[in-house]
Ligand binder design. Structure first.
Ligand code: PHE
Length: 444
């Protein structure tokens, strides 16, 4: 059998990888979830904790995933298998790849449901629904028009899945590569436009104080678990999405610099989104702890009360759509690449098959109560932390050090050992401690 690496394809520039990985990282997690989780956990102190989790856990694991992916130039399961073989350790470690592929399919199921809501909101924004509308109709649209109306959700959700399947089916270079090179610069421009608006017109100072003033008394054990789970979800580590993209990264690109860039972009976008969201809601006297409805009720109410609301609503929901879409495509890549390498169906059929499984999962989320929240909890708070823990242990303790050194050849002695030391000791200990502590607290 030809090894998958024999037909390796790749991106010719480091920037395509950066944009694809940033596209994966920046998503609903940054725009929809981060502001409300930070709001519910008191703001500044949570933000600090979150940044700590990105630096100590997210970044070291991000680097590990790229190393393993690029070392093998194949899908995560085969990449883990190759790394295990090269390091003379059990092939069972390839299970990380399989678990990651399954996690990706599960995340995509509920993620696309929210993607569908965004499409609905983009459509009604464009029709002027948020121009001078009253709060009662806006609340009614979300609660009755959407949440209690599974058929509408089903329609938009199916469109979202098809959009994601379309890009991935078109291939790594012509599909994912081209898409992210268009989407990411557009996302940056939209973000800057909204930020400028909020600095000029919104309650920016109040938002700034909320996001950056740390009040540690607001933190609970649950905040710690949330910060950890969300940090991993946000930089897309723990399920092989970045490992899958790592396979397409050019050999001469620096993994260290690239990973730092991606983690930094992701954090900057989260902070910028929190500032935008809170500037808008504070300006309208809405509580920051409004929860998941922040984006679908509070922000739209803010739009409907300002001049040019329609334009800003369209810009905002287009931004969210791009972010969600570029993340969804990365959730498909790891399983699609595996099927493509091991069957004769080819990439297009593989993408449709995986899309169909997530589509079924999404239908369950829409029509059966409890599944949506269950999948969200299971993936962010259990599967991603376990995946990240195993990747850290594998790369830190099992993978031949020479492989990591070769992939990180441009790092100085000090830089390499800082990463290696953190990855071997701090990352696993932190994940393990927070994970056990948080679960204990929830279940006992
Ligand atoms: N990072 C994405 C977000 O913030 C979600 C995601 C998680 C994407 C894991 C891929 C893998 O929305």
């Amino acid at each position: 059998m030809t090894s998958p690496s024999n037909k390796a394809i790749g991106w010719s520039s480091r920037w395509t990888f950066i944009m694809a990985a940033t596209g994966s990282a920046v998503g609903l997690g940054n725009i929809w979830k981060f502001p409300y989780v930070a709001g519910e956990n008191g703001g500044g102190a949570f933000v600090l904790l979150y940044i700590f989790c990105i630096a100590i856990i997210g970044l070291p694991v991000l680097i590990s995933e790229i190393i393993i992916g690029r070392n093998a130039k194949s899908n995560p399961t085969d990449a883990m298998l190759k790394a295990a073989r090269q390091s003379d350790v059990s092939r069972g470690w390839a299970g990380i790849g399989i678990m990651g592929a399954v996690t990706g399919i599960l995340i995509l199921s509920f993620y696309s449901v929210v993607g569908g809501w965004i499409l609905d909101y983009l459509a009604i924004s464009a029709q002027g629904f948020f121009s001078n509308n009253d709060s009662i109709s806006i609340i009614a649209h979300f609660e009755q028009g959407l949440l209690s109306n599974p058929n509408t959700q089903f329609l938009w959700f199916s469109v979202f899945i098809l959009m994601s399947v379309g890009v991935v089916a078109a291939g790594v270079v012509n599909g994912v590569g081209v898409a992210v090179r268009i989407m990411m610069p557009t996302l940056a421009v939209l973000l800057v436009v909204l930020l400028i608006y909020c600095v000029q017109e919104g309650a920016f100072n109040q938002a700034f104080a909320f996001v950056f003033n740390a009040d540690f008394s607001k933190l609970t054990s649950n905040s710690v678990l949330e910060a950890l789970g969300h940090a991993m979800f946000s930089v897309s580590v723990g399920m092989g999405a970045i490992m899958a993209y790592g396979a397409y990264m050019p050999d001469n690109a620096s993994i260290g610099k690239t990973a730092v860039t991606v983690a930094l972009f992701d954090t900057i976008v989260s902070l910028a989104c929190a500032l935008i969201v809170f500037s808008l809601v504070f300006d309208n006297g809405i509580e920051p702890s409004a929860g998941p409805q922040l984006m679908f009720i509070s922000i739209p109410i803010a739009f409907s009360q300002m001049t040019g609301g329609t334009i800003f609503a369209v810009i905002f929901f287009a931004l969210v759509l791009i972010a969600a879409w570029s993340s969804a495509i990365s959730l498909l890549e790891s399983s699609v690449a595996w099927i493509d390498a091991h069957t004769r169906f080819g990439r297009v059929a593989a993408t449709f098959a995986i899309g169909a499984i997530s589509w079924t999962g999404g239908i369950a989320c829409i029509y059966v109560g409890g599944i949506f929240d269950g999948l969200d909890f299971l993936t962010s708070n259990i599967l991603l932390p376990i995946g990240a823990l195993l990747i850290a242990i594998f790369t830190g303790w099992k993978l031949k050090r020479k492989i990591a050194k070769t992939q990180l050849a441009d790092l100085s002695f000090g830089q390499f050992n800082t990463w290696y030391g953190i990855l071997r000791v701090f990352t696993p200990l932190c994940i393990f401690a927070v994970f056990i502590y948080g679960l204990w607290d929830i279940f006992f």
